[in-house]
Design a binder for this molecule. Sequence first.
Ligand SMILES: [Zn+2]
Ligand SMILES: [Zn+2]
Length: 337
Amino acid sequence: MQAVVFPAPHTVILDQVADPRCAADEVVVQVAQVGICGTDLHLYRNEYPASFPLIAGHEFAGQIVEVGPDVTGLQRGQRVAVDPNLSCGACYFCRRQQANHCLNWEGIGITRPGAFAEYVAVPARACYPLPDTLSDTQAAFIEPLSCVVHALNRLRVWPGDEVLIFGAGPMGLLLLQALQRSGAARVAVVEKQAHRRGLARDMGAAAAVDAAADQIEALRELAPHGFAIVVDATGSPAVIERALDFLRPRGQYLQFGVAPQGARVSWSPYEIFRRDWTIIGSFALCYNFEPAIAWLANRVVDVAPLVSHTLPLADFGRAFQEFAAGRTLKVHLRPRG
Ligand SMILES: [Zn+2]
Ligand SMILES: [Zn+2]
C-alpha cells in the first residue's frame, strides 16, 4: 500500500509498504479521511516520544475491510472512527478513570503505525461505528473534538460566563463553538491572522481582536473585571505569560495549547492566591468519542469551515510544509482519493 513514512526525524517520504495484517483482536481499516495535527509536526521534529520509522496520522475514520478471528460486534464494510489512545485498563491510572495517563499507553500513529496510509490495523475496542449521516470530514474531526470535550469536562462553565480564547486555529475554533453551547454568555477570541478572526466572527464570537497591544485594550472594555474563563489555544509561552492578566477573580484558566516541553513562564503565586484562581490542564482525551460523535451528528458543532485543504496522500509533503508555516487551517488527506 501507499503510505507517508517518517523514516527518521525531519524526513518524510511517500513509500510503498506492506499492507498491515490484523492480530486476532484487531481489524484493518481502509482510511477514508485523516487530519494533520500539531502532534504530527512534533513527531516529525522528534519533540514527542515516538519510534522511527513511523507512519503517523491519528485523526481518522474509514471502513473495516478485515476482521480478526476473536473480534465480535464489528463487520466488514462498517464505517468507524478510531480512538488512537490505547490504554491498558489495568494500571494505577486506568483504575482511577484517568486512561489518558495510562502507564502502558500506546498511540496509533505515535507508538504504532497510523493512518497516513491506505490501511491501518487497529484494536477492535478502539473502533466507534458511525451513523451514516456523519460525513468523512466530520468523522475525521471526532478525535480533535474529543480533546475539546475532555477540556470541558475539566472546566466548570457557569451559566453566563464570559470567556476569552487565545488562538483561533482549528482547535481554538472548536473550543469557541463548544464553549458557546455550554453555557457561556459571550466568547471573545484573540488571533493574529485576519482570516481566522473572520471565521471566529462567523461562528458567533462576541469579538475577534488582533493580538496587537492596542487591540488588547479592547478586551478590557469588553470585560472590565476580566473574563471568568481564559483559554490558551496557542501553546505560545509569550501568550501564556500574559493570559492571566485577563482572568477575573475566581476565574479558571485552561491550558489547552501545547507549549514546547522545556518552556517556562513567570506567574505570580500571590495573584493566584489573592484572586482565587484555578489553573487547569487538559491532556488529550479520556474516552470522549461518544459525546463528540453526538455533537457532530446533531450539528451542535460545525467543522466544515475548519478544513482548508482536502488532498490525496501524494500531496502530504507540500501540505505538511504549508501546515507547519501556519498557512493552513485543518488539512485532511484522502488516501483513496
Ligand atoms: Zn491530533
Ligand atoms: Zn493503564
